[in-house]
Ligand binder design. Structure first.
Ligand SMILES: Nc1ncnc2c1ncn2[C@@H]1O[C@H](COP(=O)(O)OP(=O)(O)OP(=O)(O)O)[C@@H](O)[C@H]1O
Length: 239
């Protein structure tokens, strides 16, 4: 056994012992189950499991689980290397479909927006948040990272600090130098904001403004975004 394999085996044992420790279910989704657990005493972490889907053929299921799990973990690791805002990847067991990552203490952008609704500073806080979102999405796109599901639930605020945005759930993400994919990412975000905030148009324009300021080469993506938007509107008019 090589040193690397040995280390991998040791990690596996270490991480699987977390089973015996407390696992608190955070979310039971269609695709994955998410737990808050602990590996090192006093250090919470997040475990994302993709359990076996018994309605699928076992070999196909194993392949799909492995592929999706590895794709998400790779993207997290890539973002980490690039210094982008995402949870630290601790460990991945593709066979079991498990990813262990840093636990982000805080709240989602969606919950944050709701929590400040009655605040007197609502507009000011929201403007600042939109500005920060634009900057961070530009940072992802500058590095050809497509999130794939940019919703307000998939952005967290570490310690509820609106200047510290962390992107989560890279399950649908990719690395690609594609204006179309970046434009679609923006469009998904626009739709997500429209469903969380009544005055979203004005706010999203702040996000776009900060996106374009933070990334000089964003013009072509923004042009493409207008096309995607038009297509989206036409589709919703047709029904
Ligand atoms: N690193 C993290 N730290 C703290 N909480 C997290 C973290 N990652 C995810 N969560 C919480 O777990 C929830 C589900 O995580 P995630 O979105 O990755 O799973 P999912 O099953 O792909 O969800 P969905 O079905 O919404 O796409 C999130 O909405 C968030 O509340």
């Amino acid at each position: 056994m090589t040193e690397k394999q040995d280390l991998r085996e040791t990690c596996k044992v270490l991480y699987s012992t977390s089973e015996e420790q407390n696992r608190v279910t955070v979310k039971q989704g269609a695709e994955a189950v998410v737990f808050r657990t602990s590996i090192f005493p006093g250090e919470p972490c997040l475990l994302k499991c993709r359990p076996a889907k018994h309605w699928r053929h076992p070999i196909l299921d194993q392949r799909l689980t492995r592929r999706r799990c590895l794709a998400e973990a790779r993207l997290l690791a890539k973002c980490q290397t690039l210094g982008l805002k995402c949870p630290l990847l601790y460990f991945v067991d593709p066979k079991r479909g498990e990813i262990y990552m840093e636990w982000i203490e805080g709240c989602s952008v969606r919950d944050y927006i709701r929590s400040i609704e009655s605040s007197e500073e609502y507009e000011v806080l929201l403007r600042r948040l939109m500005n920060n979102i634009g900057k961070e999405v530009a940072n992802l796109h500058k590095n050809d990272i497509i999130h794939g599901d940019l919703t307000t639930s998939n952005m967290m605020l570490r310690n509820k600090n609106q200047d510290d945005i962390v992107f989560i759930d890279f399950g649908l993400g990719t690395v690609i130098e594609s204006e179309e994919d970046k434009a679609v990412d923006l469009y998904v975000l626009e739709r997500a904001l429209a469903s969380t905030h009544p005055n979203s148009e004005q706010l999203f324009s702040l996000t776009l403004e900060s996106y374009s300021k933070s990334w000089k080469a964003s013009k072509s993506v923004l042009r493409r975004f207008e096309d995607v938007r038009m297509r989206g509107r036409k589709r919703s008019m047709v029904g």
